[in-house]
Design a protein around this ligand. Structure first.
Ligand code: NAI
Length: 332
């Protein structure tokens, strides 16, 4: 089985190379370039391609992959909103993904962002480097005894519920399904109640038509004053304009974002030499109580190994012809 890996960074190459020892029949080539209609041609001579969250696997890309004899698309991520599944199905190409790798990795990052903006760690890091040992503007508040509101209590949200419980917080949860594992440590309430009661709100639901701009002018108005908002899920859960308006109105004690609407051209790219025009990112970064990271919630050793292992197990499932829970189908 020959697989062409698109959009790889050194850390992808390392994590896959160390897992590959257990898969002697798998031969791989790592490319830095991402999979698009312009680069799909490179797949000639391979059996499968491996792609990532920002790959453009639209109709034309899939047609070229099919013309090149590609029988398998391996997504080394959970999401597949960037794939034209109907065309994939039309050509009988199988597509497998990694639905979950390390929920704790993302949940721990969410708490990291919450702590950072609460205790102003992003500011104190810079102050102390400049020999400014004063405490002005660094005062936070205890999470212990406060209320956390977790929106979406699937794998990552559940891990965040446990972390907040461990901090001694009262935990409120909102989800379209109640997770029975959490009944001892979280109380399910309406979204309105969660918004109005929580000192820390952390988003962990997927981006769907129902959740797009879940955080908007109206829902922000329902939040407690001086709330901390953390989003490690998908940028478009939060309407950025409304968020900026809320920050300017001093609604938030702090905002921690691992994802934001405008992130796509930024994610995993070094743009430090560029002059970014019309940048909402820059506007958000201009506020002293906002901390942004660039979609790094998943980025731990454990998660990368799990992604590599599951992707290579997906190759095995393909070769054995067995169905897999990791199959992606057009009806999903
Ligand atoms: P999951 O599928 O285990 O859980 C999602 C939960 O959201 C489910 O319990 C579901 O019932 C709930 N949900 C669905 N629609 C909802 C709605 N309208 N209102 C409230 N809850 C709703 O997913 P998992 O693994 O916990 O991931 C959550 C999200 O985290 C993913 O969708 C993804 O966007 C994001 N993510 C971010 C990463 C990062 O590096 N920052 C890495 C991996 C995932």
């Amino acid at each position: 089985m020959k697989i062409l890996f698109y959009d790889t960074k050194v850390y992808d190459q390392e994590s896959f190379t160390s897992e590959l020892e257990a898969y002697p029949d798998v031969e791989v080539k790592f490319l830095k370039t991402d999979l698009t209609r312009n680069t799909a041609e490179l797949s000639h001579g391979y059996d499968a391609v491996c792609a990532f969250v920002n790959s453009d696997i639209g109709t034309r890309t899939v047609e070229i992959l099919h013309e090149n004899g590609i029988r398998l698309i391996l997504m080394r991520c959970a999401g597949f909103n960037n794939v034209d599944l109907k065309t994939v199905e039309k050509y009988g190409i199988r597509i497998l993904r990694v639905p979950g790798y390390s929920p704790e990795a993302v949940a721990e990052h969410a708490m990291g962002l919450a702590l950072t903006v609460n205790r102003r760690l992003h500011k104190s890091y810079i102050k102390v480097r400049e020999n400014d040992f004063s405490l002005g503007s660094l005062m936070g508040f205890n999470f212990h005894g406060k209320t956390a509101g977790i929106v979406g209590t699937g794998k990552i949200g559940a891990a965040m519920v446990r972390i907040c419980h461990g901090f001694g917080m009262k935990v409120l949860a909102y989800d379209v399904y109640k997770n029975p594992d959490l009944q001892e440590i979280a109380e399910y309430v309406s979204l309105e109640e969660l918004l109005s009661q929580s000192d820390l709100i952390s988003l962990h639901c997927p981006l769907t038509e129902d959740t797009r701009h879940l955080i908007n002018r109206e829902t922000i108005r329902k939040m407690k004053d001086s709330v901390i908002l953390v989003n490690t899920s998908r940028g478009a859960l939060v309407k950025t304009e409304a968020l900026i308006e809320g920050i300017r109105a001093h609604k938030f004690f702090g905002v921690g974002l691992d994802v934001y609407e405008e992130e796509t051209p930024n994610v995993f790219e070094d743009r430090s030499d560029e002059i970014l025009e019309h940048s909402v990112t820059a506007r958000l970064l201009s506020f002293p109580n906002v901390m942004i990271t660039s979609h790094q919630g998943f980025f731990t050793r454990e998660a990368l190994s799990a992604i590599a292992r599951t992707t290579l197990e997906n190759v095995r499932a393909f070769e054995s012809g067995e169905p897999s829970p990791n199959d992606v189908t057009a009806g999903m």
